[in-house]
Write a protein that binds this ligand. Structure first.
Ligand code: HEC
Ligand code: HEC
Length: 88
């Protein structure tokens, strides 16, 4: 009985690690210098809590924050939803 429980525990642990959000799978970006706020090693522009308001993220990350805009130097902004769930 003990071995079976241990086996089940190990299997669920493996499944957890395989399905857990892996940071390394996220695309790498090269954000502008004003993206100074590091959250889990991802650089956000300050005022990120108000993307439609004072943060004005929409001017570059798209009117519905789904990205796609290109900057003057040819980089395209990521969708905010690339990395985390629907926050807005
Ligand atoms: C002037 C244009 C501009 C504005 C305004 C802007 N961004 Fe960005 N953002 C960019 C560009 C360009 C990139 C990088 C795109 C690339 O590397 O392909 C980026 C990347 C990012 C990334 C990914 C960074 C990383 O380290 O992976 C996050 C997060 C982000 N922006 C959040 C925000 C938030 C939150 C706001 C508003 C508070 C905001 N941005 C406003 C242009 C902008
Ligand atoms: C390259 C990946 C990436 C992109 C693109 C990105 N974020 Fe994030 N963001 C993260 C990570 C990682 C966290 C911290 C873990 C979490 O809360 O999911 C986070 C957290 C946040 C939080 C805090 C969530 C909370 O519960 O307090 C906000 C708000 C936020 N991001 C806003 C934005 C906005 C606005 C954009 C688009 C302009 C954006 N993010 C784009 C990676 C990203």
């Amino acid at each position: 009985m003990k071995t079976i429980l241990l086996l089940l525990f190990s299997i669920s642990l493996i499944i957890f690690y395989l399905t857990a959000c892996n940071e390394d799978n996220l695309p790498k970006f090269n954000p502008p210098a004003d993206h100074t706020l590091s959250i889990a090693d991802r650089y956000h522009k300050p005022d990120f809590k108000s993307p439609f308001g004072t943060g004005n993220c929409t001017s570059c990350h798209g009117s519905s924050l789904t990205g796609g805009f290109s900057t003057a130097d040819g980089r395209s902004t990521p969708s905010c939803y690339t990395c985390h769930g629907q926050l807005w």
